[in-house]
Design a binder for this molecule. Structure first.
Ligand SMILES: [Fe+2]
Length: 165
């Protein structure tokens, strides 16, 4: 099994019994991968954003397993450690694990976005959340204008939700 599949397998095991969360992270990873490729980024970044997509919400399960309510802050707080551990166990190097850990630890904090990999994860997560949460068109348009930056992400959000420029 290749490393990417090991991560998917482990995340499915982590989220066992919760198909909604499993389908959430698979969709986020898929959009992140697509955006990174369409933005012409190199293979290393494409790999990194895809992996960030698989593991970005891992903190939810950790928080809940400790009997705590799932909040965005707790997701950030509890996510990095198990995310890095999981990636390391699949064979990824320290630099990649650290960077993905940082993204996981700040992924609800738009002001913390410091590079294209993080930006793409935020866009991909919103593309999926907007649908799953049933956001209305106005809210989706505002989100697009507020924090979408990549041409690929903007194109997807416009096409998927039927937004006008
Ligand atoms: Fe998410």
């Amino acid at each position: 099994m290749n490393k990417d599949n090991i991560v998917k397998r482990k995340m499915i095991a982590f989220d066992h019994g919760d198909p909604k969360r499993i389908q959430h992270f698979l969709k986020v990873a898929s959009f992140a991968n697509m955006i990174a490729i369409e933005e012409g980024l190199d293979d290393e970044i494409v790999e990194r954003v895809t992996l960030a997509g698989y593991v970005h919400d891992i903190g939810i399960i950790v928080a809940e397993s400790q009997g705590l309510k799932n909040t965005p802050k707790r997701q950030e707080e509890f996510g990095p450690k198990p995310a890095m551990k999981l990636l390391k166990s699949a064979g990824y190097d320290d630099a990649l694990c650290q960077r993905v850990g940082f993204i996981v630890g700040h992924h609800h904090t738009i002001s913390a976005v410091d590079d294209i990999d993080f930006q793409i994860l935020v866009e991909a997560d919103y593309l999926v959340n907007a649908y799953e949460d049933g956001d209305d068109k106005e809210k989706i348009k505002n989100a697009r204008d507020h924090f979408f930056k990549t041409a690929s992400g903007i194109r997807i959000i416009n096409e998927m939700f039927g937004l006008e420029g």
